[in-house]
Design a binder for this molecule. Structure first.
Ligand code: FES
Ligand SMILES: [Fe+2]
Length: 407
């Protein structure tokens, strides 16, 4: 972040602390209909128009150390194999043989020697997805092998992070991320190593799970003994970006506060006092929330399963050499973080039960919770408002409050 942006954010923190009401002209936010958390048809629309089109984090290059290293990634429902090819480029394909759909890889990760061999009848593809060999070729009449290569999946890197999109027409990742891309590419991303991955099954709709990460209004009630002790939620400033992305920057209560859980861990090169004194948390639309800290960051990713079950995946990255890692510090850091999650997760499961009941009513959101509204409005934009029943729609009332750049 340049000095201009830092000055702008610092002045916004001051205004947030001083304000007595939302800024002039901020609109009343229409209620979020509870059916958006329970309706099966709505879930189908989300799958088709959101999840199978968005750019989604899938892997870190540390998971693909050598030529032929692969990861089988199925978090989004489709079987996708991500691999490192002979030119060191990362590629992704559907893990679906072009003969009768057999799987090419069956383990979650591994290393391919030579190419991808189907487990059913042995059709063989090179690391670029090209069909290079098939058994008993003479028995296939009229088969044009050049049309039977593996189906590629869009795959791009942001630093060491690998994102995929199942939409062949998706914009490039940089364009999709917009100002968020500018921010992340200003960080020393190549210094970030993969630390750990963990998943939690949660009995709630994926959106309820996500929303807990999008506001700090709940800190006093839910995290009174943890996060609320060091973050000043009333100084929080929010920036809404195009395409559903957003930033929530919360200042520490005391500028000299130091996270005891990160003592002894290296910081990202170029860390400034502003980075140490404030916690920026990005939502990369749709499903990734990352609160950044100089000693590393988790990617909190939510994934839908059914209308009322979801997965929370927490993947940690840090400017930390895995070969020289202080495991005790990391064990403590992760368990502190999981303790905070343990304060949130039981609550959202109860809210899901509530949303499924006839007692559920529309959800009013405050100025502080506007990221949630912004997210829902983007979802409707992706689905296409005309496809959504009137009773489940969210009107795009925050477009004028969205910022296209940092300055
Ligand atoms: S399904 Fe792959 S070779 Fe037959
Ligand atoms: Fe929380």
């Amino acid at each position: 972040m340049g000095p201009e942006v830092i000055a702008k954010l610092a002045s916004r923190i001051d205004s947030e602390r001083a304000r007595r009401e939302p800024p002039a002209g901020f609109p009343e936010l229409p209620d979020i209909p509870p059916g958006r958390y329970t309706n099966r048809d709505f879930l189908v629309l989300e799958g088709e128009h959101l999840w199978h089109k968005a750019w989604l984090y899938a892997a870190h290059v540390d998971e693909l150390p050598d030529t032929g290293s692969y990861k089988l990634w199925q978090r989004n429902g489709s079987p996708i194999v991500i691999l490192r090819d002979q030119d060191d480029a990362v590629r992704a394909f559907y893990n679906i043989c072009r003969h009768r759909g057999g799987p090419l890889v069956t383990e979650d990760s591994g290393k391919l020697e030579g190419g991808l061999v189907c487990n059913y009848h042995g059709w063989t593809y090179d690391l670029g997805g090209k069909l290079v060999n098939l058994r008993d070729r003479r028995d296939f009449i009229g088969l044009d092998t050049s049309c039977r290569n593996l189906v590629p999946v869009r795959c791009e890197r942001l630093g060491n992070w690998i994102f995929v999109s199942e939409d062949p027409d998706a914009p490039p990742l940089a364009e999709y991320l917009g100002p968020v891309h500018d921010y992340f590419t200003s960080l020393p991303l190549d210094s970030l190593r993969l630390v750990s991955q963990e998943t939690f099954e949660v009995n709630c709709n994926v959106k309820l799970l996500l929303e807990g990460f999008l506001e700090v209004y709940h800190l006093k009630s839910v995290h009174g003994g943890t996060v609320d002790r060091f973050l000043d939620y009333r100084g929080t400033t929010i920036t809404l970006f195009p395409q559903g992305h957003s930033l929530m920057l919360s200042p520490n209560r005391r500028p000299d506060w130091e996270d005891p859980g990160t003592r002894g861990l290296p910081e990202m090169p170029g860390t400034t006092d502003f980075d140490r004194q404030n916690s920026p948390s990005f939502n990369i639309f749709p499903n990734l929330v990352t609160p950044l800290a100089p000693a590393g960051l988790p990617f909190n990713m939510v994934w839908p399963r059914t209308a009322d079950t979801a997965i929370l995946e927490v993947t940690w990255f840090a400017p930390d050499d895995p070969a020289d890692r202080n495991e005790d510090v990391w064990t403590t850091r992760r368990s502190n973080y999981n303790r905070i999650l343990g304060e949130d997760l039981p609550l959202v499961e109860k809210i899901q039960v509530a949303m499924n009941s006839p007692g559920a009513r529309g959800v009013p959101l405050s100025y502080q919770e506007r990221r949630i509204y912004h997210w829902h409005a983007e979802l409707d934009r992706q689905i296409g408002a005309q496809r959504i029943p009137d009773a489940l729609r969210v009107a795009p009332v925050l477009d004028d409050w969205t910022e296209n750049s940092w300055t």
